[in-house]
Design a binder for this molecule. Structure first.
Ligand code: NCD
Ligand code: ZN
Length: 336
C-alpha cells in the first residue's frame, strides 16, 4: 500500500513573497501547500508602517486567488512609537530586525542595536515578538556565531520579549536556545541538508547560495538532530527567497534559495530517512502554533511516498525562478 502522511496546518514561519509579478508567481505556490506563513517585510522600500503593511497584505490577498492561507505579517524594524505599535499590534505576528546591510534589501536596517532599546521595551510591554536576522558584518562563516552575544544580551535585557532567531545555521545557536526561556528559532530546509561544500566546494551552485551561508557538517548535523527530534523551540521557516533566474545565474549572484513549493516533500524524505516521520508534524506546525499561540487553520496537506521530479523552473507573469535541487528526483510528493 502507498505510504501516506497527513500534515495538519503546516506553517512556514519565514517566507519571502516579494511584490509585483514575482509575488503573483510565488504566493500561490506557498498557499497551495501551507496553511499560513510569516511574511517577511524586506521589500524595496521596506514594510515599515501600518499603511504599507495593510496595502501589501491586500496585494498578497489578491495574488492568492481562493487559497485558504493565513498571512502572518511582519513590520520591518525601526524605531516606532508606542502609539504606532498599539495600532499595528493586532495586524502583525512580530517585527523583523535586520542589522543594516547584512542581506537582501536590508540597507534600512538597524546600524546599532543600542539605538533599538526604546522600541524593544515597548514591544516587550505590548507582547510583540521580535524576529531577528542574526548576523554581524564579520567573516562570512563567523557572522552568526559573533551575533550570539547580541542574542544573549537581548534575552537578558528583555526577559519578557519573545525573540525568534531566524534561520539558524550553527550548533552554537542551537545551544543558546536551551539557555534562555525567551529564545526560539526557525531553521530552513537548505540548512538541514547542505553545507558550504555543496555551495562552493565543487562547482559553484548559485541556487544554494543564501544568507546566512551554509556552514560546517557538524552544524548541519546538529540542526538535523534537533529538527528530527522535534525540538520544542525549533520551527520550520523556509526562508524561501525567490530571485529572478538572471539575478541568480549572474556574476554577483543574489542571496536566497527558493524552496517553498518543494519543502514539505523534501522534509518528509529527510525525516523518513532518519526514521523520524513521527516528529515532522511538531516541526512544521505544532511547535509554531504553540510558541506563537496561533489558531489552527483546519487545512490538511497530504504527502505520499511516490517519486517526484523537482521542476527545472517555475514560470509565470513574465518571471522565472529556479528551485533548490531543480531536476532532481525525491521520494515523496503531494497527493494531488
Ligand atoms: C533573503 C532575501 O532574498 O530576501 N535572502 C537570503 O539569502 N535569505 C533575505 C534574508 O532572509 O536574509
Ligand atoms: Zn529571509
Amino acid at each position: 500500500m502507498l505510504m501516506k502522511i497527513e500534515l495538519d496546518s503546516p506553517l512556514d514561519m519565514h517566507l519571502h513573497l516579494r511584490d509585483g509579478n514575482m509575488m503573483r508567481l510565488v504566493a500561490p505556490l506557498s498557499a497551495r501547500y501551507f496553511s499560513g506563513a510569516v511574511i517577511m517585510p524586506n521589500l524595496v522600500p521596506p514594510v515599515n508602517s501600518l499603511e504599507k503593511l495593510l496595502a501589501y497584505k491586500q496585494r498578497l490577498t489578491e495574488a492568492l486567488y481562493s487559497y485558504d492561507f493565513h498571512l502572518y505579517m511582519t513590520l520591518f524594524f525601526q524605531n516606532y512609537t508606542e502609539e504606532e505599535l498599539l495600532r499595528a499590534r493586532s495586524h502583525i505576528i512580530g517585527i523583523k530586525l535586520y542589522p543594516a546591510g547584512v542581506t537582501t534589501n536590508s540597507a534600512n536596517g538597524v546600524a546599532n542595536i543600542l539605538q533599538a532599546e526604546t522600541t524593544l521595551k515597548i514591544m516587550e510591554e505590548l507582547a510583540i515578538p521580535l524576529l531577528v536576522h542574526g548576523e554581524t558584518h564579520g567573516f562570512v562563516m563567523d557572522r552568526e556565531q559573533e551575533f550570539l552575544d547580541i542574542y544573549r544580551d537581548l534575552a537578558i535585557r528583555f526577559p519578557k520579549l519573545k525573540i525568534s532567531m531566524e534561520h539558524i545555521t550553527t550548533a552554537a545557536a542551537l545551544k543558546l536556545l536551551d539557555e534562555f526561556e525567551n529564545l526560539y528559532a526557525t531553521v530552513t530546509l537548505q540548512h538541514l541538508l547542505i553545507t558550504l561544500d555543496d555551495v562552493a566546494g565543487g562547482l559553484l551552485r548559485p541556487h544554494l547560495f543564501c544568507k546566512p551561508i551554509a556552514k560546517r557538517p557538524e552544524d548541519r548535523d546538529a540542526l538535523q538532530q534537533a529538527a528530527l527530534s522535534g525540538h520544542p523551540k525549533l520551527m520550520f521557516g523556509s526562508d524561501s527567497a525567490p530571485h529572478p533566474v538572471h539575478a541568480k545565474e549572474a556574476c554577483g549572484c543574489a542571496a536566497g534559495v527558493f524552496t517553498a513549493p518543494i519543502a514539505l516533500p523534501m522534509l518528509a524524505e529527510l525525516f523518513e530517512r532518519h526514521h523520524a516521520l513521527d516528529h515532522l508534524q511538531a516541526f512544521i506546525s505544532d511547535n509554531a502554533h504553540r510558541i506563537y499561540g496561533l489558531p489552527r487553520q483546519a487545512k490538511t496537506v497530504s504527502l505520499i511516498r511516490q517519486e517526484m521530479t523537482i521542476p527545472q523552473k517555475y514560470a509565470g507573469f513574465g518571471e522565472r525562478v529556479v528551485p533548490m535541487n531543480a531536476k532532481q528526483t525525491i521520494s515523496w510528493s503531494y497527493e494531488d
